[in-house]
Structure formats: structure tokens, C-alpha cells
Design a protein around this ligand. Structure first.
Ligand code: 3HC
Length: 373
């Protein structure tokens, strides 16, 4: 299968980032969004990202112009007719995605592959909205898409094996590391990441720590590129709430119910960077969060890290993903300096299990217990 022309539907942060990834790799790209304003926003996101690369000396102006010249934008799905692959990057609402896929099914040539960048929704449900479920697949990028080097390729029971392997090869040609997985809510990375982010907001809601203490703890004590509240703002708190709803519907665990602190911010229109404010206000340039309270930082760092490592152990034990896929996902998808299984190797599995038992006992939350031996 050859992929000369790529379509992207939805030109928010992720959609515009995906347009850039493909255009940089030499593909012709058509970006489609639902309104003139959304198309303009996508065009301007691409221009900003390329200007940043030019300013940093990573691209010449000529190269940036050449990349831009490979991209066309519009509002009409018919522009996607000749695409070999169309990737949908619309908001996390199943009814919206199924509507888009049924329109894509009608507009795109019969041999075209349709992919969703859904963060957690059922790829199977999305595939079922088309007459070509064998050619529908999940292709999940991470934010910022041009920076993060990981992509999850999600197949369903309908997926054609050749479609899956062609998408994996295509992903590799973009310089990404791929994990090939089946269709489960949150896939690998979001299942782990969103529970960690939700845990942080639950701690914040309980008044045990401030957002600055939490963000400083994870930056300083684990060298994460961002703390949890900063990352929620980057991803979009509304998106995170939607992902958590899907995961919660599956697990029915209280720890996966979207924390009030997030739900309240979204209700007030504070969705994170994209709306100008979330946990932080982006009207002016922000300093890196700091806090001098070492005890609180140690406590929240311990609790967030141990719960997350326990989730990684549990995911691997189900056979859904390998240690290597989980480590690559967290490092290359989220920019973490070490994969969770590298951390477990460093601090020792017994120490992690004892800390899990202590966390479960102290909080009274059974979900934090280590797996039975
Ligand atoms: N678009 C393009 N490039 C960008 C960018 C953007 N929006 N933001 C940053 N960059 C590039 C910069 O140009 C720079 O490139 P260079 O190394 O070639 O010069 C590089 O990224 C580093 O940028 P900065 O120096 O400006 O800033 P930082 O060093 O603070 O890095 C960050 C910013 C890359 C966002 C880093 O903080 C990070 O990796 N954070 C974690 C992000 C994360 O976890 N993402 C995954 C979220 S989950 C997800 O997306 C799944 C979804 O389904 C919810």
C-alpha cells in the first residue's frame, strides 16, 4: 500500500500536529475542519509550530515553506476523496466520531484506510459506523505530535492484517516507535497516564497538596518534563474528563471517576492552555512551579509514583502490553526520563509492593493493593 496523500479531519492541537508530522515526512496532506474558523486555527497552529522550528534553527525558512506548500485546507469532506489514509482527530465524543466516519466512508475512495486518533473510545464502535470496518484502525499520537515519538496502532476484530502492517510501516517511516495493540479503553498510555493525572487532582481536591507542590514534586523528584496539573492543561482538561469517563465506565473503580477539580474547571470554561487558563492562567509566561515544602513533595511523589507503578505491573500482568511497550509508551509518548519497569528495576519490586500495601492501608483504597503473589 502506498500513502502519497493523507487526510486529517479535525484541526485542533492534535489534528494540526498530525498534519505537520505527515507534511514534514514529505506527504501531501489535506486538512479538513467543520468551519472556516476551525480551518484558520489549524492553519495558524501549523504556521506557529513551523516558525518556532525556524526560530530555533531546526528548519530553514525554505524548508518550512516547502512543508507548508504540501498542505491544503478546507471544510468539505469531498476534498478527501483521493486520500490513501484519513486520520480523524475530532473531540472525544463517540456520536461525533461515528458521524464523521460515516461521512468519510461516503467521501473517501473505497481503497482508502480510515484511522481514528481517539484517546480512549472504542475503535470497534467507530469502525462499525462504516461499510469498510476491515480498513478502519486506531492511530493514536501524543501531544505535541511533532515531538512525541510514540504511536499506538489499535486493531479491532475486523481489521485486515495487511492494513495493520502497512500502518505500522507508515508510522515507522515517520520516525515513530509503534506499539501494536487491541481495542481497550485508554489503550496503553492513556489508561496509565489518566489514572495518574486523576490521582493528582484527587489529592489536590482533598487539600493535601497544592498544584505547585504536586508539579514541583514530579518535576524535581522524578525529572518529569511537566507536573500533572501542567500536563492536564497541555492535553486539555475537557479531553481528560472524557477519557476518564470512558475508562471509568469500563473499570467502575472510584479512582477512575473524573475528579471534581477537573470537572469544575471544565464547567467554568477553563479547559487548559487552549482556552487560556486551566489549573494555571496562560495570559502571561509562567515560571516553572516550585515549592519549598520537602515533606509534602516527598509524600505526593511517593503516592503518585507508587500507584502508577502498581498500575503498570497490573497492566503487564493482564498480557495486554509488554514491559517494553509500556516503557516505550511512557518515555516516547510522554517524555518521561525512565520507563516504569526501569524504575521498578532500580528501586526493587519488593520495595514497590510494600509501598503499594502501605498506600492501600493508609488511604483505605483497595485498588492500590499489590497483585496477589
Ligand atoms: N509543537 C511542535 N513542537 C513543539 C511544541 C508544539 N506544540 N511544543 C514544544 N515543541 C518542541 C520545541 O520546538 C522543542 O524542539 P527542539 O528540541 O527541536 O528545539 C521541543 O519540543 C522542546 O520544547 P521546549 O524547549 O519549548 O519546551 P520543553 O523542553 O518544556 O518541552 C514538551 C515541552 C515537549 C511539551 C515537554 O514538556 C513534554 O514532553 N511534556 C510532556 C507532554 C506529554 O506528556 N504528552 C503526552 C500527553 S498524553 C496525549 O497526548 C494523549 C492524548 O490522547 C491525550
Amino acid at each position: 500500500m502506498s500513502f502519497s496523500q493523507i487526510g486529517v479531519v479535525g484541526l485542533g492541537i492534535m489534528g494540526a500536529g498530525i498534519v505537520e508530522v505527515f507534511a514534514r515526512a514529505g506527504h501531501q496532506v489535506v486538512g479538513v475542519a467543520e468551519s472556516e474558523a476551525a480551518v484558520d486555527a489549524g492553519r495558524s497552529n501549523l504556521a506557529k509550530s513551523l516558525s518556532r522550528a525556524v526560530a530555533k534553527g531546526k528548519l530553514t525558512q525554505d524548508q518550512a515553506d516547502e512543508i507548508t506548500s504540501r498542505v491544503s485546507f478546507g471544510e468539505d469532506f469531498d476534498l478527501l476523496a483521493n486520500c490513501d489514509l484519513v486520520i480523524e482527530a475530532a473531540p472525544e465524543i463517540l456520536s461525533l466520531k461515528t458521524e464523521i466516519f460515516s461521512k468519510l466512508d461516503a467521501a473517501v475512495k473505497p481503497t482508502g484506510i480510515l484511522a481514528t486518533n481517539t484517546s480512549s473510545l472504542s475503535v470497534t464502535d467507530i469502525a462499525n459506523a462504516t461499510s469498510r470496518p476491515a480498513q478502519v484502525i486506531g492511530m493514536h499520537f501524543f501531544n505535541p505530535a511533532p515531538v512525541q515519538k510514540f504511536v499506538e496502532v489499535i486493531s479491532t476484530a475486523h481489521s485486515d492484517a495487511q492494513v495493520v502492517s502497512s500502518i505500522v510501516e507508515l508510522g515507522k517511516s515517520l520516525g515513530k516507535h509503534l506499539a501494536q495493540i487491541t481495542d481497550q479503553p485508554g489503550f496503553i498510555v492513556n489508561k496509565l497516564l489518566l489514572r495518574y493525572l486523576n490521582h493528582a487532582v484527587q489529592i489536590l481536591d482533598s487539600g493535601q497538596a497544592t498544584k505547585e507542590q504536586m508539579d514541583a514534586a514530579m518535576r524535581e523528584l522524578s525529572n518529569y518534563p511537566m507536573g500533572p496539573c501542567e500536563l492536564l492543561d497541555l492535553i486539555g482538561i475537557d479531553t481528560c474528563v472524557e477519557i476518564l469517563k470512558t475508562i471509568h465506565a469500563d473499570t467502575q473503580l472510584e479512582i477512575d471517576r473524573p475528579a471534581d477539580g477537573m470537572v469544575n474547571l471544565v464547567s467554568a470554561g477553563n479547559k487548559g492552555r487552549k482556552s487560556g487558563s486551566g489549573f494555571y492562567d496562560y495570559a502571561e509566561k509562567l515560571d516553572v512551579p516550585t515549592d519549598a515544602n520537602v515533606d509534602i513533595k516527598n509524600q505526593v511523589h511517593n503516592d503518585l509514583l507508587i500507584a502508577y507503578l502498581g498500575d503498570c505491573i497490573a497492566m503487564e500482568a493482564t498480557g495486554y502490553a509488554t514491559k517494553a511497550d509500556i516503557d516505550f509508551g511512557m518515555k516516547l509518548g510522554c517524555g518521561l526520563p525512565e520507563g516504569p519497569f526501569e524504575v521498578i528495576e532500580r528501586i526493587g519490586l519488593d520495595a514497590v509492593r510494600s509501598a503499594q500495601a502501605e498506600l492501600a492501608q493508609r488511604t483505605g483504597i483497595a485498588a492500590y493493593q499489590p497483585l496477589p503473589l
